[in-house]
Ligand binder design. Sequence first.
Ligand SMILES: Cc1cc2nc3c(=O)[nH]c(=O)nc-3n(C[C@H](O)[C@H](O)[C@H](O)COP(=O)(O)OP(=O)(O)OC[C@H]3O[C@@H](n4cnc5c(N)ncnc54)[C@H](O)[C@@H]3O)c2cc1C
Length: 479
Amino acid sequence: MSSTETRADLIVVGAGPAGASAALAAHRAGLAVVLIDEAGRPGGQVWRAPAAGVAIPEALRTQDDRDGAELRAAVAASGLRFVGDARVWSVTGRFRVDAATEAGTEAFVAPRLVAATGAHERVVPFPGWTLPGVIGLAAATVLLKSEAMLPGRRTVVAGCGPLLAAVAAKIVAGGGTVSGLVDLAGPADWLAVAPRLARRPRLLRQGLGWMIRIGLARVPVHFRHAVVAAEGGEAVEQVVIAPVDAEGAPVAGTRHRIAADALAVGHGLLAGAEIPRLLRASLRFEAEAGGWIPVLDTAGRTSIAGLYAAGDGAGIAGAAGALLSGRLAGLAAARDAGALAEGAFAAARDRILAERHAVEAFAGAVRRLMRPRRGLVDAIAPETVVCRCEDVTRAEIDAAVMAGAREVNQLKHFTRCGMGPCQGRFCGDTAAELVARHVGSREAAGVWTARPPLRPVPLDTLLGDFDYADIPVPKPAPL
Ligand SMILES: Cc1cc2nc3c(=O)[nH]c(=O)nc-3n(C[C@H](O)[C@H](O)[C@H](O)COP(=O)(O)OP(=O)(O)OC[C@H]3O[C@@H](n4cnc5c(N)ncnc54)[C@H](O)[C@@H]3O)c2cc1C
């Protein structure tokens, strides 16, 4: 096992738009910065770099790829320390960050820490969601971007928000077939947010480009529909969809069966606030912003001195919002470390806040489209698995609540829901919604108490080349 400890003025966890811009801003202000990411290169989700050795065909390249390349060049040219392929599995005290790398474990220590770990996706369970071939909508973007790989030959793309069109258009551009685009929103929902989307003309044009590509490929589009089942033997073979109301609850109307060998489905994004949660920073619940998010001041300071949060992990705001909140958190860290004068910081902060105000309308519209739908959760059948790591069904969750589990940590003790390798990242939101149905609100249903490991870590990474022969065995006592 190799185990080293690196000291810095600031550690930034997450090298997406938020973390990379936080690190760059603080480094330029004079702080010694370590930027850590589990990916091999900076870029995060939206500007994800292709995997080593993967060439992305020209037809699949977008403005996001160019923006990502620019960000990577800026980080490389800056001289700040980037640690890639490093999974942060523990954060303690003020502040020690442990990361698992190929070479073993590495520890980083600094008086300041920016948590910029982005989002993860919400998939509200339905029968068959655990079948091979069913993947998350956001996960599909990872396949397409880093591996230039299609999710399947005939893919149904379903759920809500702009990722629907982004994924469908990329599949078409990559030579795949989208056998149906199933959107929880209806044309009226899109029209209602159109003026706010129009505030970012470049992104609006990008969205229209996706729609044109989808239209030219004659992809059948089903507005105000939801996936109600994925069916198949060894893997998904068909996807059943039904008309729904504005809250995602099935309504009377024709059900369609769509033949497919893949289903990419996602119901919005959840803020990845594990580090503030682990360190017991104050949190608040805001459904459209991605659930439990840290309470922040205007510059991204949490309730814990020296701990900052930025980007989607502090509330879903997209790449532009993440860039700005990251820059602000990096500057606040530099200001608090004494590397930046108050006047210079305040002027920069006010400029960034004004810019952020301008991107907020667009981000709000996207959040609206991706908002959680109550009816979708209510429609989960009793026998449907909610926690796929521990195989816990909705009926078991309801039974646990009827038996006295009043909040999610009690639910965990009653059922093991949320105790598997994903540590509740996939089931947590749905499980909490189900508990909230009984106890009145998400605030009352509470939030999982975070514990390390933040990410699954192989035991041999922690133990290294441990061998029983290395244990010193005392000599037998003389008789
Ligand atoms: C899977 C996925 C795909 C997405 N694809 C798109 C897309 O194609 N287009 C789009 O507009 N938006 C996409 N989004 C939304 C996107 O996350 C944001 O708009 C934007 O990238 C937010 O920037 P960020 O810096 O806050 O977070 P991110 O870009 O998500 O960056 C967070 C970074 O933190 C790292 N990280 C997290 N936890 C750890 C840990 N424990 N240890 C080490 N590193 C860690 C991640 O590897 C990641 O690089 C996607 C979201 C998800 C979850």
